[in-house]
Design a protein around this ligand. Structure first.
Ligand SMILES: Cc1cc2nc3c(=O)[nH]c(=O)nc-3n(C[C@H](O)[C@H](O)[C@H](O)COP(=O)(O)OP(=O)(O)OC[C@H]3O[C@@H](n4cnc5c(N)ncnc54)[C@H](O)[C@@H]3O)c2cc1C
Length: 429
């Protein structure tokens, strides 16, 4: 079996940024997954879809200049503040990948298991190889949370927002959308615009909307609500200025902060597409759901009265968010998963994003419990890419001094010989 220094699983913003930083440090890595697949799936489901984050807060990261989202958008006449379309962001990510990480291997990782002090990895094309270190950068894949009350419904009747492949497929259908966060509100808008009849079921007594940022804020607004890549406000500003600070906060406070930060709310540009156009039921809980003659009968309990009411629809879409649970990372062998210490259900990570299984790192949303809410968003990719690439190259440097030699001197063009550069350390196996 061949051997590689670092295997990165997932080619979204976090995986691609890390691969670019490792390459700049001349450390050998392989990266797997279809570039920007999470985002292209969203764009391909159809409709007008935008990022919630600002353009300047949604950069993929490389030490080379000229690859920010705005660097891509500006010469093409695309939006450079907000709102930026998700299709545009997908194209930006692919452009970044083609220029900075052209050696991505568009295959899935099917299994990761321990082998000696490294890991053996099995790919969907049948290849098996050994990696000294593995970085899991699989984003929200596998973490979609569907409330237990919907669990008994078949998948053609009940689906999570992340599972919707085409909003047009619901044309002419009655659809109950559960939730009041961005995903639920956006799904309802897109369903309505695709000719379906959506109804929003919201547990809270109101829907929260995010205000549009002023392009010319007053001095007071700038002081009280400073703008940052995570939004407006002092908390957001502090989180972006000191991305590593939350890791030093006691775990009890940090996990509470992560859970409470950013309540469910919709973007300002979504409001006119939902508020006055679609039926919204507030203060309502779904207490039962069952299939009746190919449709879904929902039992609803309203906060305003004691009784229950019935709603029959063709489909239910759960906009109930994501639950980062190591148990759902089924491409990691069971005994490795069991060996990973948790914070809640998420992996507990040290300051180098490394789990209690030595050599196994997590970046992206699964690192948010250990590092704070910044890492749920693309903006966290730069800090994690810098920290993890620094840690991995330092350790490889140590090894180089002792036995293997992952380092090599810089060459004129790092990409000139191979599509996948820096495969210099396949010395073992
Ligand atoms: C609807 C929605 C809107 C969002 N909008 C924003 C926004 O506006 N701004 C923002 O900053 N964040 C937003 N987010 C959060 C967003 O998910 C993260 O910021 C971002 O995706 C994190 O990047 P990532 O690289 O960790 O994950 P991803 O972009 O999800 O990339 C991970 C990749 O890994 C791949 N993968 C999974 N398993 C495997 C495997 N076994 N083998 C190989 N590849 C695998 C997946 O296909 C995926 O392409 C949004 C999330 C949702 C659900």
């Amino acid at each position: 079996m061949s051997r590689v220094a670092v295997a990165i699983i997932g080619a979204g913003p976090y995986g691609l940024s890390l691969a670019a930083h490792l390459s700049a440090r001349k450390l050998e890595s392989r990266i797997f997954g279809h570039p920007m697949r999470f985002w292209s799936d969203i764009a391909e489901a159809g409709g007008e879809r935008y990022l919630k984050s600002f353009c300047f807060g949604t950069n993929l990261s490389t030490p080379a200049p000229g690859y920010s989202f705005a660097d891509y958008n500006e010469p093409r006449g695309l939006e450079t503040f907000e709102p930026c379309s998700i299709a545009n962001f997908t194209e930006y990510g692919r452009w970044f990948q083609q220029h900075n990480v052209p050696w991505v291997e568009p295959v899935e990782v099917e299994n990761v298991d321990r082998q000696g002090d490294g890991f053996v990895i099995s790919l969907s094309d049948g290849e098996r190889f050994v990696a000294d270190r593995v970085v899991v950068a699989t984003g929200l894949s596998g973490f979609a949370y569907v409330p237990p009350v919907l669990a008994s419904l078949p998948p053609d009747l009940a689906v999570h927002t992340s599972g919707v492949k085409s909003f047009a497929a619901f044309t002419g259908r009655d659809v109950a959308v559960i939730g009041a966060g961005q995903s639920a509100l956006e799904a309802a808008a897109l369903l309505g615009e695709a000719g379906a009849r959506p109804q929003l079921l919201v547990r809270e007594s109101s829907v929260r909307w995010h205000d549009r940022s002023s392009l010319e804020p007053s001095l007071w607004e700038r002081l009280r609500w400073p703008i940052s890549g995570l939004g407006r406000g002092l908390k957001a500003k502090a989180l972006t200025q000191f991305p590593g600070a939350m890791h030093r906060v006691p775990a009890k406070w940090r996990t509470q902060f992560v859970n409470d930060h950013l309540p469910a709310e919709g973007a300002w540009w979504l409001r006119p597409r939902v508020e006055t156009r679609l039926p919204i039921h507030l203060g309502v809980a779904v207490v039962n759901a069952r299939e009746v003659s190919g449709r879904v009968a929902l039992e609803l309990r309203f906060a305003s009265d004691a009784g229950e009411r019935r709603l029959v629809v063709d489909h239910v879409i759960a906009g109930s968010g994501y639950d980062i649970d190591v148990a759902n990372l089924t491409f990691i062998s069971e005994h490795l998963r069991c060996a990973i210490q948790r914070l809640g259900r998420a992996p507990k990570l040290n300051a180098s994003f490394e789990a209690s299984v030595s050599g196994l790192h997590f970046v992206g949303p699964s690192s948010a419990m250990s590092f704070g809410p910044l890492f749920r968003f693309v903006i966290g990719a730069e800090y994690s890419a810098r920290v993890v690439s620094g840690c991995l190259s330092a350790r490889a440097g140590l090894l180089a001094g002792h036995q293997w030699g992952y380092w090599r001197p810089a060459r004129a063009s790092p990409h000139s010989d191979l599509q996948r550069p820096h495969r210099i350390a396949t010395l073992v196996g």
